[in-house]
Design a protein. Structure first.
Length: 110
């Protein structure tokens, strides 16, 4: 128990003090807004703010090059490729937010 609390504190401190703690804000298909804290290219954990809640999501390795992070308790899965990202609900087996893009991604799409 003590080691898991210590691990959580270390992760939180690294998110708060790293250069990558800047929010990456995204807008999704139906106007949903979310923010990602952390660098999905290099961090093993990111924090996703969506629907008024914050989820600390753990990286899950992929063979495709996509960035995949999961919040195991809620069943949420974040998948990001260069063109867009999506948030899935493993329990429902369906997307909850699709076609999520930063402002830069939206400009490149045009």
């Amino acid at each position: 128990m003590r080691s898991s609390i210590l691990s959580a504190v270390i992760v939180l401190l690294s998110l708060m003090t790293s250069d990558s703690a800047v929010a990456l804000e995204m807008t999704c298909e139906y106007g949903e807004h979310m923010a990602i804290f952390g660098d999905e290219n290099r961090d093993n954990m990111i924090e996703l703010h969506w629907g008024g809640d914050a989820y600390r999501m753990q990286r899950v390795p992929t063979t495709t090059g996509a960035h995949r992070f999961e919040h195991f308790d809620s069943g949420l899965i974040w998948i990001s490729i260069p063109a867009k990202a999506m948030l899935l609900d493993r329990r429902l087996g369906a997307p909850v937010a699709n076609d999520c893009r930063t402002g830069a991604m939206q400009r490149q799409r045009r």
